[in-house]
Ligand binder design. Structure first.
Ligand SMILES: [Zn+2]
Length: 252
């Protein structure tokens, strides 16, 4: 049976990805593809709006999430890809873990994902606490992915986006991406070679030049990217609203 892992790395500029040493993300792309896409004007370049689109396959005009702090009742009408997989394969497990509470908890616009999810407890907001939370997410995901009963999984890592917000788009931002690439390597190593996994890695938006930040329409903010280890149907025209289709195609 095919299995699918989506790794979400928040706020990674495409040009930073190309300029940074990311051997693990590169290895995924080398066996499949690396492609960029634009966030259309219907979606604000805000994390909650974009992750809601990535999960459900519909843009913000339908799911209603436009800000990180405002919930939308319409989100529940659009099942996410993990819910779709769970319906299709009731005897197996879906797994999710995220270092950003809005993904999985009733916080701000959240939860953006229905169903069980691991969200680590968090101390005060600081870049270090995000690094710790990403570490906890990966440690939990390593255990879950190795168990052999997971049909589909989502793992979210937040520290690159936070480095952009706190330190701008510079050296610290690039170093955070290097650190996250090492975490990606651990997730890939946790997948059993005896199982047929398809891996897709994506981001939700970029960051403005200089001091960073996002929410606007500059190309640095609106350009997203996808690295996949397999050319499943639709891979060459992936945008954020087609991740769910790609996932379901990979599981067939
Ligand atoms: Zn984001």
């Amino acid at each position: 049976m095919s299995r699918f892992l989506l790794i979400g790395v928040d706020g990674v500029r495409y040009d930073t990805l190309l300029a940074t040493a990311t051997p693990n993300i590169d290895a995924v792309a080398a066996s499949g593809f690396l492609t960029a896409a634009q966030i259309p004007p219907v979606n604000p370049t805000m994390s909650a709006a974009q992750w809601a689109t990535i999960f459900t396959g519909v843009w913000a005009d339908r799911h209603g999430i436009r800000r990180n702090w405002l919930r939308s009742r319409r989100l529940a009408r659009h099942p996410g890809f993990l819910e779709a997989v769970q319906l299709d394969r009731p005897d197996e497990r879906v797994y999710a873990a995220a270092s950003w509470p809005v993904i999985g908890l009733r916080a701000g616009a959240g939860p953006l994902l229905a169903g069980p999810i691991y969200v680590p407890r968090r101390r005060v907001a600081s870049l270090e606490s995000w690094v710790e939370a990403d570490e906890a997410v990966v440690a939990d995901a390593e255990r879950a992915l190795a168990a052999g009963d997971v049909a589909a999984a989502f793992v979210y890592l937040g520290q690159v986006d936070m480095a952009g917000h706190w330190h701008g788009v510079g050296q610290r931002y690039g170093h955070a991406l290097e650190d996250v690439d090492a975490l990606v390597g651990r997730l890939l190593a946790a997948l059993s070679p005896r199982e047929e996994w398809t891996v897709l890695i994506t981001t939700d938006h970029g960051h403005r030049d200089g001091r960073g930040g996002h929410g606007g329409r500059t190309p640095a903010e609106t350009t997203v990217w996808f690295a996949g280890d397999r050319r499943v149907a639709g891979w060459d025209s992936l945008d954020s609203s087609r991740v769910k289709d790609y996932a379901l195609a990979a599981l067939r």
